[in-house]
Design a protein around this ligand. Structure first.
Ligand code: PMP
Length: 425
């Protein structure tokens, strides 16, 4: 996961007519589109949901980072919905979130701090990212991202006109030496550093404590916000926990934390939260009011009641056990069917493995491999879709969390077949 030149993606360097693919090549002439529309790059990850839904043949799905359907406690959600949803659940709620859920999040999910004024409930983690970029990036500002990264995040930065600097990731997360060098070479000062510190999407790697401390120092030197996006941290199944930014520097005003219940409970509920300095609260509420008035109210009531029934801890334990089993099954299937044709990362939690093709196989472009693999009945996210500048032709992301070991075995057989076909082209 290395690159040796400073990679800065700007809205100006993107496809000159990105909306063409979305709604027709005549749009630019037909509609009075804002220049901001040029930065709306869309999400290959999200679009894979409809692409796969449209297929009529059987597909093993290693693409989307969604919890396994069978681990979502739907039966309990249904019961809870019957009990707790009242007329008040179906009207507008407070923009900052339902008071009971704010209390629960403050008391049970805020590690070092316990101030409800820090918490704003959001429509999933994505809205937290959107609000962060909305508040802190002007067009032309430099935003640092990991490379590879969760391109929904970097894409949101681009949608606000930011210039995005990619910094390589190794087995210990973002390479901070490279960060310092690349920023110095750019001759600019970043406004924001976007990091996914635990079991990073897509590489699965975790930022070491030493690097977290250095990142905090750099943020203060540059006066940059750290956008701490951590949907997977609770899903550690091996190794020792690494202290979070909030534990290292409690209540650091430059740390803006985005969290979500999507990966632990259910993504369809669309409930997440921001933990940020209380002095940002009014702005965050105003920013959110310009988007959606309030997060899904029934969803917030269901999440809150589920947590307060007391089964959350056991649920988390069973997820960790199950995802460890699935990750080990994927390792074994990869070893069986791909062997030394690939190198993979070795995550201690989360959802993803990052696979890099080796030797002659590295000449196969992962977007082409994706097309063949889809026809063979297996899906993943190609490397270039996980880098704003389209790096990582020879790599791809596999989600081990959403398939049973049996399906994973089937999927890896299909993937090996696809690689053989691609090699011969
Ligand atoms: N950040 C990262 C790193 C993610 O992987 C995801 C979900 N794929 C999100 C944010 C968004 O979470 P949500 O679905 O709650 O909007």
């Amino acid at each position: 996961m290395t690159s040796n030149k400073p990679l800065i993606t700007t809205v100006r360097s993107l496809d000159p007519n990105p909306t063409a693919g979305i709604s027709g090549p005549a749009d630019k002439g037909l509609f009075p589109l804002a220049s901001r529309a040029d930065g709306l790059v869309g999400s290959v990850i999200d679009s894979s949901t409809s692409l796969l839904a449209a297929q009529t043949h059987d597909i093993v799905r290693f693409a989307m980072g969604a919890p396994a359907a069978e681990v979502i406690p739907t039966e309990e959600f249904r019961e809870i919905a019957g009990e707790v949803l009242t007329d008040a659940s179906f009207t507008y709620g407070a923009t900052e979130g339902e008071p009971d859920l704010i209390t629960t999040v403050t008391e049970q999910f805020s590690s070092a701090s316990s101030d409800p004024e820090r918490i704003v409930i959001t429509s999933g983690g994505m809205q937290g990212l959107d609000l962060a970029f909305k508040l802190f990036t002007d067009p032309g500002d430099l935003v640092v991202v990991e490379s590879p990264t969760y391109t929904n995040g970097s894409g949101t930065a681009l949608s606000y006109g930011a210039d995005v600097l990619e910094v390589p990731v190794d087995d210990h997360g973002m390479d901070i030496d490279a960060l310092e060098t690349l920023v110095a070479e750019s001759g600019r000062v970043p406004r924001m550093i976007y990091t996914i510190p635990n079991f990073q999407n897509p590489s699965g790697t975790t930022l070491s404590e030493d690097r977290r401390r250095r990142l905090l120092d750099l943020a203060h030197r540059w006066g940059a916000m750290i956008l701490d996006d951590d949907p997977y941290g609770a899903l550690r199944f091996s190794g020792d926990p690494v202290p979070g930014f909030r534990e290292i520097n409690p209540d650091d005003p430059l740390v803006f934390s985005v969290r979500t219940f999507s990966k632990i409970l259910a993504p369809g509920l669309r409930v997440g939260w921001i933990n940020a300095d209380p002095r940002l609260r009014k702005l965050l509420i105003a920013g959110k009011q310009a988007m959606d008035t309030c997060a899904n109210v029934p969803g917030q009531h269901i999440v809150n009641a589920y947590i307060n029934r007391g089964g959350y801890g056991d649920h988390l334990t069973s997820l960790r056990t199950e995802y460890k089993r699935r990750k080990e099954a994927m390792d074994a299937s990869i070893a069986r069917h791909l062997g030394d044709r690939v190198r993979t990362t070795n995550p201690d939690g989360g959802f993803f493995l990052w696979v890099t093709l080796q030797g002659d196989d590295a000449r196969v472009a992962s977007p082409r491999l994706f097309e063949i693999a889809l026809a063979e009945g297996v899906a993943f996210i190609p490397g270039p879709s996980l880098s704003p500048s389209g790096q990582f032709q020879d790599a791809f992301r596999l989600c081990f969390a959403s398939s049973t070991p049996e399906r994973t075995e089937e999927g890896l057989q299909r993937l090996a077949r696809a690689l053989d076909i691609a090699r011969k082209e």
